[in-house]
Ligand binder design. Structure first.
Ligand code: WQD
Length: 344
């Protein structure tokens, strides 16, 4: 059985991918510093799959410790999710972001090379298309001028991985460019629930629906889109997880670096997301229009044909499914927290 190291495996996309890999018959070993996640997510992965696996609390900046994990584990490939991801914070703390994301990846690559592990799937982002490409985004478009350090770290790591594959034909990598991941596992046991006031649309809608925040600010209603609000390609996190499973299968058969968009190929506006959520949950989401958010593009979505043709992968969940599963997770988590509070 192949053994896959999953860095950032306790995070939102990482935990869903762990479920998919375990269900596909891979063994996994998780490396996470739990800076924005919890070991409880890994217990939930064990509950969902009925399978156990090792996990290590390790930061990729601790290269020696990482090396020891490669000594202990026989690793066949790595899926690399670990990284800081808050766009606004990256503008405030660029050195932190470059150090954590880029140096962390370089440490990982060095340890992989030292231990003869040369297959990697990298968690990239549609943000690398920058500001100037026409929509829909295709993988062969030039990666554009990124608008924040977070996005630049993704573009830099893509470049590093492509250079590495060019330099040594034993290296194989897959660069997966995600669009806007939302939703949660249908079990409601894993999902996304960021600390503090959320930056992203769906987590913010959840807080408003829970009554923790009074209303949603819709950033801009004067964009040249069908209803004036921003349009994005929202994709169910379980579809993304399946995409990783397919990419991993293909990684063992390919040579060099490949790039795939993981999106639905279809955009939804902010107001469409709000309306769909209200329909699915039966909970109203009050909103008000606010000025555009700096750095936001009016509209983008994926051309999803390449992943379909070459990986046989296609997104299956609808926006309604995404809203239902996000809400199911939040409600279940609220109930679990209440239960824990009651028994204290
Ligand atoms: C979506 C739409 C907002 C919040 C970001 C990163 C990207 C990727 C995913 C991952 C936009 C609008 C949002 C709110 C709103 N990174 N919005 N009110 O900006 O497309 O992508 O997350 O780790 O790299 O840039 O996602 O969810 O923040 O915004 O109106 O309170 O919702 O203007 O049109 P975004 P988002």
């Amino acid at each position: 059985m192949r053994n896959i190291m999953v860095t950032g495996g306790a995070g939102f996309i990482g935990s869903h991918t762990c479920v998919e890999l375990l269900q596909n018959g891979y063994d996994i070993c998780v490396v996470d510093n739990f800076s924005n996640s919890s070991p409880a997510a890994l217990d939930a992965v064990r509950t969902i799959t009925g399978r156990d696996f090792p996990s290590y609390c390790c930061d990729l900046l601790e290269e020696e410790k990482l090396g020891q994990i490669f000594e202990e584990q026989q690793i066949d490939a790595v899926i690399h999710f670990a990284g800081l991801k808050a766009v606004g914070e990256s503008v405030q703390k660029p050195v932190l972001y470059y150090h954590n994301n880029v140096t962390g990846t370089l440490n990982l690559l060095r340890q992989m090379e030292l231990h003869g592990v040369r297959r990697l799937v990298f968690s990239s982002s549609a943000t690398v298309y920058g500001e100037n490409n026409p929509i829909p985004y295709r993988e062969d478009m030039p990666t554009g001028q990124t608008t924040n350090p977070y996005g630049t770290t993704k573009a830099m790591i893509e470049q590093i991985l492509q250079d590495l594959c060019k330099s040594d034909s034993r290296w194989n990598t897959m660069l997966l460019r995600y669009f806007n991941p939302i939703g949660a596992h249908p079990s409601g046991l894993i999902g996304e629930n960021p600390n503090g006031i959320p930056n992203n649309l769906m987590p913010y809608i959840m807080r408003v629906a829970q009554g923790a925040l009074p209303y949603l600010n819709v950033f801009g209603n004067d964009y040249p889109t069908r209803d004036g609000t921003g349009v994005r390609d929202y994709i169910h996190v379980c579809d993304l997880a399946v995409g990783h499973g397919k990419a991993l299968d293909a990684l063992f058969a390919q040579e060099g670096a490949s790039i795939y968009n993981l999106g639905t190929g279809h955009g939804s506006s902010v107001l469409e997301v709000v309306k769909t959520f209200e329909q699915e949950s039966g909970v109203p989401v009050p909103y008000q229009f606010a000025p555009r958010r700096a750095g936001d593009l009016p509209e983008y979505y994926a051309d999803a044909a390449k992943a379909q043709q070459e990986l046989g992968w296609q997104a299956r969940y609808t926006l309604a499914d995404m809203c239902r599963d996000s809400w199911n997770f939040i409600r279940k988590q609220g109930a679990a927290e209440k239960k824990a509070g009651d028994s204290e």
